[in-house]
Structure formats: C-alpha cells, structure tokens
Design a protein around this ligand. Structure first.
Ligand code: XIL
Length: 350
C-alpha cells in the first residue's frame, strides 16, 4: 500500500472514530474521562445526589463511586430520631457524623434527613402518653439540638417528613394528634433558629403528580409562606413503581411550587419493578429516569435530584416491598444499567 493511501485511510478512521464520539489524538485523550453525573448536573446549575447508609461504607468499590459520581449525599438512616436521640436527652451523632465527614472529604454537600416523622422513632417516645406541652418541649429540644449540631455542615433539612395521607388529610401521627397541625410551622421556626442558613424542606412520597396529596402541600406551603414561616422547599421523594405508571404531571407540579417562590427537589428517587427484571422493564425504567431528570431541568427552581442509594446492592426496596426491586441506576454488581445512561443523556452527556 502506498504511504499516501495509508495516511488517507488513517485519517478516515480517525474521522469515523470522532464521529462515533470516540476520542483519538493526545489532546482528546486528556478529556477522555467521562464527566460524572454531578458534573453534568452542575452544567445546569443542579446537583445529582445519592443516599447512603453507614453499614455500606466498608465496601470500598461502593464508596469509590459514591465519592466520585455525586455531589450531594443524604444519610438514609443516620440522622433519624431513633439513631440520634435513642434515650431521652441522650444524643448520638456517630452515624450522622460519619456520613457528613465522608461527604466533606469528597467535597460533597449534605441533604440532612429527617427531624419530624412518625416512623423510626425511639420507643421512649412512642411507648407513653404525652401532654401537648411535654411533647412540644421534647420536639423543640430534639430539633434544636440536632440542627445546632449540624449547623454550617449541611445544605438542607427535611424538617417534616410524610405529614399527609393520600387523600390530602393530615396523617394522624403522634405529632398531629398531640400538637395539632401547628407542629409543622413550629418545627420550621425552631429549625431556622438553630441554623438560619440551612434550606428547610417538607418532604413526602406520592406527591410527584398533581393530585389530592400534592394539593395539600401546595395549600400548606401557600399558607406557611403567607405567615412568613421559614419554608424553602418541597421534597418529592419519587419512590416510583413501574406497575403504577409514570406521574405525567410532574413538571406542572414542580412548576406550581416554584411559582410560590419555593425550591423543589426529587429527594429519594427509585423506580422499582416486579422481579425478575428483564430488558423491557429496564428500558421502561430508563425512560422514567430520563423523563424525571428532564422534568427537573425544565423547571428553574428544581434544584437537584437524589437517588435513594445508587446501586441495587443497597436498595431498601426488596426488604420493604417483597418481590420488587432492581430500582436503581446501578445493578448489584455496581454495573451501570440503562437507567444510568438515560440520566446521562437527559443531562446532556454522551
Ligand atoms: C428507609 C431506609 O432506606 C431504610 O433503610 C429503613 O429501613 C426505612 O427507611 N421514605 C423516607 C426514608 O423518607 O427515610 C425511607 O428510608 C424510605 C421512605
């Protein structure tokens, strides 16, 4: 073969590689490292986060991806009441601190979760009756001690978690039954006093679509804003399931909260399916991840997306929804699934 022909062929090959998105020359090689989900999200002024939990932190393959791919971390359990105040007035920051320290080391921010909830409460709190005055004092002390401990170290707090029923009525929790609906405004005010810079959220599941439950949040948020209660955002957990359909009004819903002057975030995303997973289900799941990412990018005050852990290896789903799973963008071997590539594509990555 003549030298010029060889050169021409080499050039054609390089052009074909470039067209296929495969880097060639030395300059291209320097940029061959793919941007992370966090870096892609940052190009849109958003974050991309993951929840994590303390027992998993001994898994070094797991922590490598956790530390590199995300820029926001949520402790899945470590900051809940049972963990932080296991006995009345005795506070334990071990698990929360471990995650905050790891996040700081990896230059990640923290969405702190959660102060006021009906679930995962210590038994000293649930096994006796309280007067309203007693319980208000217990709640105020818990909120202010915990928020003060993490003051300056966390980006936001899920102050109240899961306050409403599906029909939009107040959930009959220990807080609601003893203190009435005013506990929500009180909790927000106490948290704000303890850390004036933390972004304060109400957070719930099944409020992705417009409907009775998200309407209840819309009305409450409007009332709280009118009363100048320090509320900054609404967290939509987005625990989705293929068998229940995609919440097609998500973008409209995000937009109406933005119009109230509130941030929104997708805070606990997973898309579960009835097992076994197959290619068709994984393809639909990928479409859903793509759609929800696009919905957040389309609404100015949707500040970011957090998946409820990133790998099926550590998903909470199989334990709580028997027969369901495969809900996250990485599989149990930490290999990226179609959902991961769909998120990248939605964020404008290759
Ligand atoms: C889950 C944790 O991931 C599990 O490890 C734990 O056993 C139960 O709670 N909504 C929430 C989260 O707000 O706190 C829940 O986390 C999942 C549902």
């Amino acid at each position: 073969m003549r030298k010029t022909t060889r050169l021409r062929l080499a050039g054609a090959l390089a052009a074909a590689l470039v067209a296929a998105g495969i880097a060639t020359g030395p300059a291209a090689q320097a940029s061959q490292k793919q941007p992370t989900l966090a870096e892609l999200a940052q190009r849109h002024g958003r974050y991309f986060g993951s929840a994590t939990d303390n027992p998993e932190l001994t898994d070094t393959a797991y922590t490598a991806l956790l530390g590199s791919e995300f820029d926001m971390i949520t402790p899945g359990n470590g900051m809940k009441w049972y963990a932080t105040e296991p006995q009345q007035g005795v506070f334990d920051w071990t698990n929360g601190d471990q995650i905050v320290d790891l996040a700081r080391k990896n230059h990640q921010r923290v969405r702190a979760h959660t102060l006021v909830w009906h679930s995962q409460l210590p038994s000293w709190l649930t096994s006796r009756e309280w007067t309203a005055d007693e319980l208000r004092a217990v709640l105020k002390k818990h909120i202010q001690t915990e928020v003060r401990h993490y003051r300056g170290k966390v980006y936001s707090w899920d102050v109240v978690n899961e306050a409403f029923n599906e029909d939009g009525s107040y959930r009959e929790t220990i807080w609601y039954k003893t203190l009435g609906p005013g506990y929500i405004a009180d909790a927000l005010r106490w948290a704000h006093q303890a850390d004036p810079h933390a972004r304060l959220y109400l957070n719930d599941y099944n409020i992705e679509a417009v409907g009775p439950k998200s309407d209840a949040y819309y009305q409450l948020a409007k009332d709280l804003k009118a009363q100048h209660v320090p509320l900054n955002g609404i967290g939509l957990q987005a625990h989705l399931a293929l068998q229940y359909g995609y919440p097609t009004t998500l973008e409209d819903n995000l937009r109406r909260f933005s119009a109230l002057g509130l941030d929104t975030a997708l805070t606990e995303v997973d898309v579960r399916m009835i097992l076994p997973a197959d290619d068709a289900k994984l393809a639909t799941q990928a479409e859903w991840y793509r759609s929800l990412t696009e919905a957040c990018l389309a609404v100015r005050r949707c500040v970011g997306i957090t998946v409820w852990d990133y790998t099926d290896k550590y998903s909470w789903i199989p334990a709580v929804f028997p027969g369901e799973g495969a809900a996250l963008p990485w599989d149990e071997q930490l290999r990226p699934k179609p959902a991961y590539f769909a998120i990248r594509a939605a964020l404008g990555g290759k």
